[in-house]
Design a protein around this ligand. Structure first.
Ligand code: KIV
Length: 252
């Protein structure tokens, strides 16, 4: 495989080719997913729940993100590898640029942050610093506490219009892609059709330009919670438990 770049991902949309994206938080999983041919990998702050045991992503720190981005980057994937700017790490223009540079120094080839026009000056500054940026609209997990849960976005007219306007603003600011999380499928479709840059959906229906999942959800490695929109393709948790039980029983 040849190295995937931001341009490769944009060209996939232009060709109408669906973009597969998954989360990866460490060396072996990054290597496995890369060998499986996934072109877009994200060290998401979802690692807070599925790796670090936090109740939500608001506890994840820059130091933790850097640690996991470094581990994933050591796999030297052909896939494009990005990292999430964690909660409160991009509240000002200067902190956004400084922390985006820290993730790049750790090995991220792009950074992602949550929000639309409210973080536009941060996005413009990150792009002006020469760092590729991926947007994230819809349900914003870093806002879960103030929103009181993970709610679907785009049902109300005002939400629908805000999503369209935010997506256009992020694209105009230079984002190379936008994650749409828990956006109603018709609105996700409309946004995808209105932009030249790809949308990567999660729980937002089939008409986004690509799809991203938390890998642990896809392979059943975090059995204590699976989002309703994910159908695990393998039950890793059960496989591990039965392999361990078989080994333990073999000891006599
Ligand atoms: O944190 C994360 O893993 C994410 C993706 C699931 C989009 O933001």
């Amino acid at each position: 495989m040849t190295k995937i770049t931001v341009e490769t991902i944009r060209a996939m949309k232009a060709r109408g080719e669906k973009i597969a994206a998954l989360t990866a938080y460490d060396y072996p999983m990054t290597k496995l997913l890369d060998e499986a041919g996934v072109p877009l990998l994200l060290v998401g702050d979802s690692l807070g729940m599925v790796v670090l045991g936090y109740p939500d992503t608001t506890h994840v720190t820059m130091a933790e993100m850097e640690h996991h981005v470094r581990a994933a980057a050591r796999a030297k994937p052909d896939a494009l590898l990005g990292g999430d700017l964690p909660f409160q790490s991009y509240e000002t223009v200067s902190s956004a640029v400084e922390n985006a540079k820290r993730l790049v120094a750790a090995g991220a080839e792009f950074v992602k942050a949550e929000g639309g026009r409210e973080i536009l000056s941060q996005v413009q500054a990150i792009v002006a610093a020469g760092i590729s940026f991926c947007g994230h609209l819809g349900m914003l997990p870093q806002h879960v506490l103030e929103e009181g849960g993970y709610h679907i976005k785009g049902k109300k007219d005002a939400e629908h219009q805000k999503l369209l306007d935010d997506a256009k603003a992020l694209a105009d600011a230079g984002a190379f892609a936008i994650v749409l999380e828990l956006v109603t499928p018709p609105v996700a479709k409309e946004i995808s059709q209105s932009l030249l840059i790809p949308t990567i959906g999660i729980g937002s229906g089939p008409d986004c330009d690509g799809q991203i999942l938390v890998t642990h959800d896809l392979v059943g490695a975090f059995p204590w919670f699976t989002p309703r929109f994910v159908k695990p393709r393998v039950n890793c948790a059960a496989e591990i438990k039965s392999a361990v039980a078989a080994w333990k029983n073999s000891l006599g």
